[in-house]
Design a binder for this molecule. Structure first.
Ligand code: DLL
Length: 434
């Protein structure tokens, strides 16, 4: 893999500023943001008045803990536009989350917000090793989902040539990668696996393609998956994080030179980690739920939003701003089965240790009598040997690894390649039929 590290002089000054300088900027901006939310969004005014806290109470960054949390439910209750802090005529764009359960969450951006988003995406792309003039294949979905258009704006601003492919039509994705020869690809980690299958189906060696870096996010993925993608494509795989409520992609990004967690762009967002049950703020290094406050957003200020994403904060390395550990799950993705807590990424990790299994998998939860049961569907990789013995050997191997490493007895079914449903965006990992 090529060395894609940006040079120090290419970074913004704030990316390598002192912690004190970053904290001072955060305090100034957080004061503005809380005032802005309180003065312009009824929800914040009512809530803060109710508990008797006022924006003026924020004297130090730590005082943020005086202010109540904001949850997805709060956003739903204010559907569609009641969380907006400015008039509709000043809003340039609206996005919405998929809303698989209930109403979607609607978010908004002024022209200034879009400019800020572009700026942060540019920072992410540079951290990932992209440079002005490079070609980017953007396979995140375009539309209400923030992935496609979010990445697109910043990539154009940076001076990249963007191919707005969006998700789906996998054969065409491969054709365009071969013909246009992009340096970078932006796509979910589960969809790059479908693209990988398609390379093979067309008799092409993915290691020979032009891609030098993939920028993967929108769903959890493990370091084992990173190794798999990097070795299959001979390209760097870096992690990009974000959520619609806070911005979309571009809240945090890994640096290609370190790949040791995602630097949170703290000049625009104030992160906290809290204990999921008590809501108490935890120290850096302790694992819990990630909470964000926006520092500069005009149309949709968000204060202390509970993301449900589980991670920990760590001090900066390649940049001054703090890092968050790769997210391995969300509090609402956690499966509790016969008293054992398990995240789908833990299955991914074990599965990737067995080279004869493909990286695609799905989990089904059913009731057997009064007991919960987990069934993992996996499939053969390149193997020609689809005999019953070989299939059973693979199933037992995965079953034992899960038993030994996670402590859970499950059923594993291995079938022929292509039998597990493919993702074109975010993978559906769990089907709960209980
Ligand atoms: O998924 C924004 C995005 C688009 C991020 C493209 C990165 C790339 P939502 O649809 O609102 O926004 O979903 C946000 O997805 O709370 C996490 O649970 C999950 N997620 C996003 N990025 C990562 C990541 C976009 N790098 C939700 N690792 C978040 C793990 C991620 N989970």
């Amino acid at each position: 893999m090529k060395d894609l590290s940006p040079k120090k002089h290419e970074l913004e000054r704030i990316e390598i500023a002192s912690i004190d300088e970053i904290k001072a900027l955060q305090l100034d901006r957080l004061r503005w943001s809380i005032n802005h939310a309180y003065n312009n969004v009824e929800f914040y005014k009512n809530k803060y008045d109710e508990v008797g806290v006022h924006p003026g109470d924020l004297k130090h960054l730590e005082d943020i803990k005086l202010f109540p949390f904001t949850t997805k439910e709060d956003l739903r209750n204010n559907y569609p536009f009641k969380m907006f802090a400015c008039k509709l005529e000043n809003i340039a764009r609206i996005h919405a989350s998929s809303g698989t359960t209930g109403k979607p969450t609607v978010v908004a951006y002024t022209k200034n917000d879009l400019a800020m988003w572009e700026h942060l995406i540019e920072r992410c792309l540079r951290a990932s090793g992209m440079k002005k003039g490079d070609l980017l294949h953007n396979a995140y979905g375009y539309g209400l989902f923030t992935g496609g258009l979010g990445l697109h704006g910043g990539a154009e601003k940076m001076g990249l040539t963007v191919v707005p492919v969006s998700g789906g039509m996998t054969a065409r994705q491969v054709q365009l990668i071969n013909d246009f020869r992009p340096k970078g690809i932006t796509v979910t980690p589960s969809y790059i696996l479908s693209v990988l299958d398609e390379f093979r189906a067309q008799g092409l060696d993915p290691r020979e393609c032009s891609l030098e870096v993939g920028i993967f996010g929108a769903e959890p993925w493990t370091n084992s998956m990173r190794q798999e993608i990097e070795s299959q494509f001979d390209m760097h795989a870096v992690d990009i994080y974000g959520l619609s409520e806070v911005l979309g992609p571009g809240v945090a990004n890994e640096c290609v030179e370190s790949k040791d967690g995602l630097h949170v762009w703290e000049d625009y967002f104030y992160p906290e980690i809290i204990n999921v049950e008590s809501g108490n703020v935890l120290d850096d290094g302790e694992k819990g739920e990630l909470v964000f406050s926006s520092l500069c957003k005009e149309a949709f200020p968000i204060i202390r939003y509970r993301t449900k994403d589980l991670t920990k904060l760590m001090s900066g390395t390649a940049r001054s701003m703090r890092r968050m550990e790769k997210i391995t799950g969300r509090s609402d993705d956690m499966i509790i089965i016969r008293g054992v807590n398990i995240f789908p990424t833990q299955i991914e990790e074990q599965l990737l240790k067995i080279s004869d299994l493909s990286p695609h998998f799905q989990i089904r939860l059913i009731k057997e009598g009064r007991l919960d049961k987990m069934i993992v569907s996996a499939e053969h990789y390149e193997s020609e040997d689809l005999s019953k013995e070989n299939t059973e050997r693979l199933a037992v191997d995965l079953k034992n690894r899960i038993k030994d490493n996670i402590g859970l007895n499950i059923e594993v079914n291995v079938s022929k390649k292509g039998s597990v449903p493919r993702s074109e965006g975010k993978a559906v990992r769990v089907i709960d039929e209980r």
